[in-house]
Design a protein around this ligand. Structure first.
Ligand code: SF4
Length: 204
């Protein structure tokens, strides 16, 4: 069976987005954002850091701060990407208990299993709900830039919701770019995905 080319689908759909259309981009962390931000250049972009999976609060805050600093650079024109309007960043309240309740019983799954599917689903669902409640026409996620995450699984979840733009950001050297950008801008790169249940701490 031929695999769906989500990168082509992204390119086609993003080319139809008007500069006035509001897009909400779910962002898992600054490193992943740095690999994909150019794909949204010039658009009316808001970032949504909804990641109750990150353990624990200190780590969540450290990643949030890295994102705040990087967005500041973007808005000051220091990140090599241009936007007509300021890129906004929304950081909802941290609720790790919500994540723990949702993945209860799947703690021992290996990376990429049911626990991760639930984790993707709860983040995309919340992003969709926020987008809908706040009149965003489109939403998307940076999650597909990670070589450890299956774009097909993520996009099948996202495509249940109106306004979702599928992607496969690891194509076009998205992941490599994120490593380069992190070095260039001295962005904090975490050593594990987010929760502490992965047996092997995988670098994103
Ligand atoms: S390993 Fe990553 S994607 Fe999987 S459940 Fe944990 S935080 Fe979520």
């Amino acid at each position: 069976m031929n695999k769906v080319n989500y990168n082509d689908i992204f390119n086609e759909q993003i080319s139809k987005v008007k500069a006035t259309d509001k897009i909400l981009l779910h962002v898992c962390c600054a490193p992943c954002l740095s690999g994909v931000i150019k794909r949204f250049e010039g658009l009316n972009l808001t970032l949504f850091y909804y990641n109750p999976n990150i353990m624990y609060k200190e780590e969540y805050d450290q990643r949030a701060q890295a994102l705040i600093d990087y967005v500041d650079k973007i808005n000051k024109g220091l990140a090599g990407v241009k936007f007509d309007k300021k890129v906004r960043l929304i950081i909802p309240e941290y609720d790790n208990l919500y994540f723990l309740n949702k993945i209860s019983g799947f703690e021992k799954d290996k990376e990429g299993g049911t626990r991760c599917r639930i984790c993707f689903a709860l983040r995309l669902q919340k992003t969709y709900e926020f987008a809908k409640d706040n009149y965003y026409k489109y939403f998307c996620t940076t999650l597909t830039v990670s070589p450890h995450k299956d774009a097909d699984i993520i996009n099948r979840i996202g495509q249940q919701y109106e306004g979702y733009i599928p992607s496969d950001f690891k194509k076009n050297d998205g992941y490599l770019n994120s490593i380069k950008e992190c070095k260039k801008h001295n962005i904090y790169r975490q050593t594990y995905c987010g929760c502490l249940f992965s047996t092997n701490n995988i670098k994103k």
